[in-house]
Design a protein around this ligand. Sequence first.
Ligand code: ADP
Length: 365
Amino acid sequence: MRVLVLAPIGRDAALLADTLTALQIDTAIPGDGPALLRMLAEGAGSAIIAEESLTAPLMRALREWLASQPAWSDMPLLILTSGGRATRESHDRAQELQALGNVTLIERPARPDTVQSAARAALRARMRQYEIRSRQEALVQANADLEQFAYSASHDLREPLRSIAIYSDLLARSSGPALNEKSREFLCQIQSSAKRMYGLLDDLLTYAHASSIPEERVEPVHALRPLEIALENLAGAIRESHAQISIGPMPCARIHESHLSQVFQNLIGNAIKYRKDDCALRIEVSAREADGHAVFSVADNGIGVEAAYKETIFGIFKRLHADGKYSGNGIGLAICKRIVERYHGRIWVDSEPGRGSNFFFLVPN
Ligand code: ADP
């Protein structure tokens, strides 16, 4: 929470530091630009900088340092300007300084009260940022714990499940013919429940993976390849359903190929699953670019989603059809949502029951 004071002329820096020390604000005086940058990197609540110290190289270095800061950080800078009459140049310079980010311009000669209140406001803002950082760290930790839990649960539950699956298979093979019809039915139930449980555990693990995607900027990938991979994985279902799939031109997007592929696969898989019995299935995959984003769309002419459930279906374990007509665990869309949100994207659906659904998602490009 210390305030760094860079004012190279005469005793300016010392006077400013005295003004702040009177308020019990911790201050430090870097001797020059490089020292300021070093001290900023070590940690600071704010910096008061005299405009004349902001030479072009220091401005550049400061811009770079600010850009490299984590998302929670918005370093408050108080810049002491020269004052005097407003001119075209002073206006342009003010614009240039403001472009640094969280900047307050203080015109000289500045009264001690003005400097004190600006410094206090800057430190309050910085304190809030630290609070956000702590909350974010707690969330990251909670996510890591959840992922660890999902891993262990999935791993530990798989072992007894394997035994159930193996021994019920052995039982069916060794004594199947000797069992009466009722007992054979029970055995079948055990086998299919074990299979379903395997599916649930896999999905849970994929969901945990999607939660732990690091929030880092990735290089753009062309979306066609991940889409093709998704279609290859769904080849059997596509053949069986006789789906006619049309694909529009694909843009690039800043998302890992495997994650984009997963989202396409879940959405196209759903389009196939929730088709209507009485008409040929048509699926249209298209994309457009808008405001620095790639907006993808997977549209079908299937059973559609009622307006009341357009948000709910993206929740984990949320399903609209529990009656057994459509298989599933209710995790597919939750995984899509997790993935696109990790890339600061969004996913939503436009739909009319009985006429089809259009799932959209956007990610930065
Ligand atoms: P699952 O398919 O395993 O149930 P999802 O999370 O993929 O889980 O989907 C949640 C619910 O959203 C589904 O149960 C279904 O009711 C609805 N849904 C998803 N995609 C479609 C679609 N293309 N058409 C109609 N309903 C859909």
